[in-house]
Write a protein that binds this ligand. Structure first.
Ligand SMILES: Nc1ncnc2c1ncn2[C@@H]1O[C@H](COP(=O)(O)OP(=O)(O)O)[C@@H](O)[C@H]1O
Ligand SMILES: [Mg+2]
Length: 357
């Protein structure tokens, strides 16, 4: 290890806007901070008064202080140490550089930088990779699954109609349900793999489309004694892919029904004209709501809190809304309910749409 001279003008290295610099020394076997400066200090809930002259244990929870102390010790022994951490929602990278004289560490200079944005981007990339792998797999195997599935379903139906032992009927129903589920997953995979394929924009009466979706979902809602209330302003025409828009509305209604407890509750569906060229669909439930930690993961593929969920519903909705150049916004409070707003442009020039090349 080369000893470094203590003449470094560290002031010029302070990442003032996106980080902070600090120094510590070992005094009586304890690491004491001797300096701290930079804007990130406040963002992570600290201030120089809390840190300077203090040990880690005086301003951090014991568990965090212990973890950091191990890094501090390593740096004190002469190693350059990097570590990442999370404090008050800020993701940071810290680098500890020991300053040594004649083979002995005299102090350590640490630099901490905010990498929250980079971490978020990294996660996005990982998600996209996850999706593209899924996409390739899906495109490759979906057809292979679909054909045998169709014959399985056909034969299961024939068996169900002609079976003489009635105790077998529930099993056949389960088989048919499970086959529907496989079919649904395969279809969703296919769409996520190639969302721009087979897009077919048509002038559509959105009120009619919404009514159809509500009508379709009402039996499921009524099973849980949930009423679906529907408010319409006026007839609204929209340029959209009917089948895909139906898929969005049914997915969202289904989520709302699944989130709502049995009996006495209602789901509200609103359709409003926001301006001459945009409309908004609102689906509001008084169900279980979504916690902050779950909220962040809603559009992750395969993220589901349901035993039989696929976790592909919301991401499929988002893909479809993106395809329509619209926006989907989710507002939710744990234990109180969820409101989903979809804003859509009414008409767009077909050549400006992202239709498959
Ligand atoms: N209206 C809602 N109320 C509460 N939680 C919801 C609602 N919509 C979606 N979620 C949460 O988001 C998760 C992902 O939804 P989704 O992508 O449709 O997948 P799935 O319904 O298959 O679980 C759900 O498992 C649920 O935890
Ligand atoms: Mg769903």
């Amino acid at each position: 290890m080369n000893d470094q001279e203590c003449k470094v003008d560290y002031e010029q290295f302070i990442p003032r806007e996106t980080g902070f610099i600090f120094k510590y020394e070992k005094q009586d076997n304890t690491f004491i901070h001797t300096f701290i400066e930079g804007k990130l200090i406040e963002k992570v809930g600290l201030c120089p008064e809390k840190v300077v002259g203090k040990s880690l244990f005086e301003f951090l929870p014991a568990e965090q202080a212990l973890r950091k102390e191990a890094f501090y010790e390593k740096a004190w022994k002469g190693e350059h140490v990097n570590y990442e951490g999370n404090f008050g929602g800020i993701h940071y990278l810290a680098i500890l550089n020991p300053v040594r004289h004649n083979g002995v560490t005299v102090e350590v200079i640490g630099t901490t930088i905010d990498i929250t944005k980079e971490k978020a981007r990294e996660k996005q990339v990982q998600q996209m990779e996850k999706l593209s792998v899924v996409g390739e797999l899906a495109a490759g195997i979906a057809h292979e699954i679909r054909n045998p599935l169709t014959s399985l379903k056909g034969f299961a139906k024939i068996v169900k109609e002609s079976v003489s032992d009635p105790t077998l009927l529930p099993y056949l129903d389960i088989m048919l349900d499970e086959m529907d589920r496989i079919n649904e997953i395969v279809n969703e995979f296919m769409f996520i793999a190639k969302p721009n394929e087979h897009v077919h924009f048509q002038h559509t009466n959105l009120n009619k489309l919404l009514r159809e979706c509500i009508h379709f979902m009402e039996p499921q809602a009524h099973l849980k004694s949930i009423e679906v209330e529907f408010e319409i302003e006026s007839e609204i025409l929209l340029n959209c892919d009917r089948k895909k828009m139906k898929q969005v509305l049914i997915n969202l209604l289904q989520n709302a029904i699944e989130a709502t407890e049995d009996s006495g509750h209602f789901i509200e569906v609103r359709l409003e004209e926001m301006s001459s060229d945009s409309v908004m669909v609102t689906i509001l439930d008084k169900g279980c709501g979504i916690s902050d930690s779950r909220y962040k993961r809603l559009f992750e593929p395969f993220y589901s809190t349901k035993e039989k969920g696929t976790g592909l519903g919301l991401i499929t909705c988002k893909r479809i809304i993106d395809l329509h150049q619209g926006n989907i916004d989710i507002e939710s409070k744990l234990g109180e309910g969820t409101t989903i707003r979809i804003s859509l442009p009414r008409f767009h020039r077909v050549d400006s749409l992202k239709i498959a090349e």
